[in-house]
Design a protein around this ligand. Sequence first.
Ligand SMILES: C[S@@+](CC[C@H](N)C(=O)[O-])C[C@H]1O[C@@H](n2cnc3c(N)ncnc32)[C@H](O)[C@@H]1O
Length: 283
Amino acid sequence: MSIQDNAKKLPIGRRIVRALRSLVGLKNDPIPVEHVKLNRSQYKNIWNAVSVSENDAKMAVSGYIDEDLYRQMGEGTRDMLQSYVGIGPDDVVLEIGAGVGRVGAALAPICKEWIGADVAENMLGHIRQRLAAFDNVRTVATSGFDLSAVPDASVDVVYSTVVFMHLEEWDRFNYIKEGFRILRPGGRMLVDNVDITSDLGWKFFEEHCAVPPFERPAQISKTSTPQELETYFKRAGYEAIEQVRAGLWIITYGRKPAAQEQPQEQPAEQQASSPAEEAQAAG
Ligand SMILES: C[S@@+](CC[C@H](N)C(=O)[O-])C[C@H]1O[C@@H](n2cnc3c(N)ncnc32)[C@H](O)[C@@H]1O
C-alpha cells in the first residue's frame, strides 16, 4: 500500500483499491458482526480481534497475504519515506500503527533502530516473529491515544501510514503532538491519509456513503483534507511543513525545530516588564 507507488502509477492500481475496500469491509465481509457494535475509539479491542493469526492480521492490514507483494509494497513505502523525510544509518525510526511490520522489514536494514508501535499486542507479536532476524527491531504497545512508553527526544523519524483513516480526528492530532514530543530537535514526522479533495478520495468517500449507518464497522475509513493535516502539524509546532498530493493520498510531513540556544538571563533591571511599563519607558 505504498503511496510512492500510487503516485507513480496513477490512476491507482485496482489491486490497491480492492485491498482498501476489503480493509473497510466493503468486500468479502471480513469484519465480524460484533465489531459493528464497538465504539470507534475502542482501538485495542477492534484491532486485536482482527489480528489473532498472522494471515488474518495481514488481511486486516492490507487485504492480501502474498509475501512478495508485502516486500514490494514495503520497499515502496521505504522509498517514499527516504525521499520525503530521509532515513539515515544513525536514525532511530518509529512507526505508529506498524501492523505486521510491512514497512519495518524494509527499514530495519537501513536505520539504527526501527520501533514498531501499535495498539494491538497481537500485531506486535507478528512483528516480533516476522522480523526476528533483525536485532535492531523493537515493539511498543500503545494505549491507542499516545506514545507514553517512549521517552522525550529519543527518536529521529516518526511516521504513520495507512492508519489515520481509522482514527478519530482528536487522536490523529494527539499522535502528531506525541511525535513532536518524542522527536529529537531536527527530527522529522510524516503521516498520510485518503484525501477527500482528490477525485479518487471523493470516489472512496462516496463508496463509504453506501454503507448503511448502523452497519458501519467501527474502524471504517475516514478521509482528511490537506488543511486538516497541515493544521495539526502547525499547531503541534512543526516547521518546514510540506504536503504531497498523490492520487488517493495526502502526505504531510514536517520537522521539529532544531534546539535553540537559551537566551542568557538578563540582569533584573533590564528584564521585560508589563506592556504598560514598556510603553512608558519607550516615552
Ligand atoms: C491498515 S493497518 C496499517 C499497518 C501498517 N502501517 C502498514 O502500512 O502496513 C492499521 C494499523 O494501525 C493500528 N492501529 C489502529 N488504531 C490504532 C491506534 N489508535 N493507535 C495505534 N495503532 C493503531 C492497527 O492495529 C493496524 O496495525
